[in-house]
Design a protein around this ligand. Structure first.
Ligand code: PEP
Length: 251
């Protein structure tokens, strides 16, 4: 049995006071109940320390949205793996489509980041996904195969167990268009099969594969009930406690 993982990618939203409000709201909504899924919040860098303090003694985990693979040095504006660890982050989102398209991140660079995150003891949430044009040209599986094989190049089976894959069709991110549960399940089954061929059936069975792309409280249950969908990476709907809690409750 794989535990479902719900992660909120806050993107470039919420200053420190917004962070306090949102985390307080999520904690209040959960009350004394421990969710039966792993819940992760990924605020901007500037809010990580505040979030970390607020999340002490709570079941909610902390993640960052990006990092540079270098340990230190002349990389103006960048944040290293150990810096993230030092403020209490356990997870880090890597290879998000916005990083790939807006900031030109290649599969090789993402692979480097995954390796350095693991070395530092961070758990990567490794994002992959095809664009609308790629889907319409019938190359979805080829794109995903390239992203997975290059992103995980040199990663051992033991290391794979620490990685979450987030399948996020680019055409469904922030657009209100969700992949249908059947469309998403088809791709998740493909990714699991690919992991089995690259590693082993046992490793693939343990692999957490999240879906991301306009997940909302009203579509979460159907998506999360698919056999190979092990959670959600949530953008827009994680910015209000009520909608994020609605998705957590769908677990
Ligand atoms: C995301 O950016 O990871 C995402 C899934 O966004 P949204 O839920 O807004 O589509």
């Amino acid at each position: 049995m794989r535990t479902k993982v719900i992660a909120g990618n806050w993107k470039m939203h919420k200053d420190v006071s917004g962070t306090i409000d949102l985390i307080t709201g999520i904690k209040a909504g959960l009350g004394a109940t421990t969710p039966n899924c792993t819940v992760i919040v990924c605020p901007p860098f500037t809010s990580l320390e505040t979030a970390s303090t607020l999340l002490k003694n709570s079941p909610i985990k902390l993640g960052a949205q990006n990092m540079n693979p270098e340990s230190s040095g002349a990389f103006t504006g960048e944040i290293s793996p150990s810096m993230l660890k030092s403020v209490g982050a356990e997870y880090v989102i890597l290879g998000h489509s916005e990083r790939r398209t807006l900031f030109g991140e290649s599969d090789q660079f993402i692979n480097q980041k995954i390796k350095k995150a693991l070395e530092a003891g961070l758990l990567p949430i490794f994002c992959i996904g095809e664009t609308l044009q790629e889907r319409e040209s019938g190359v979805t599986f080829d794109i995903l195969k390239r992203q997975v094989t290059q992103g995980l190049s040199g990663i051992s089976e033991q290391e794979l167990a620490k990685i979450i894959i987030a399948y996020e069709p680019v055409w469904a991110i922030g657009t209100g268009k969700t992949a249908s549960p059947e469309q998403a399940q088809e791709v998740h089954a493909y990714i699991r099969g690919l992991a089995a061929s690259l590693y082993s059936t046992a490793a693939a069975e343990k692999l957490i594969i999240q879906y991301g792309g306009s997940v909302k409280p009203d579509n979460a249950k159907e998506l999360l009930s698919q056999k190979d969908i092990d959670g959600a990476l949530v953008g827009g709907a994680c910015l209000a406690a009520e909608s994020f809690l609605g998705i957590i409750n769908a677990c």
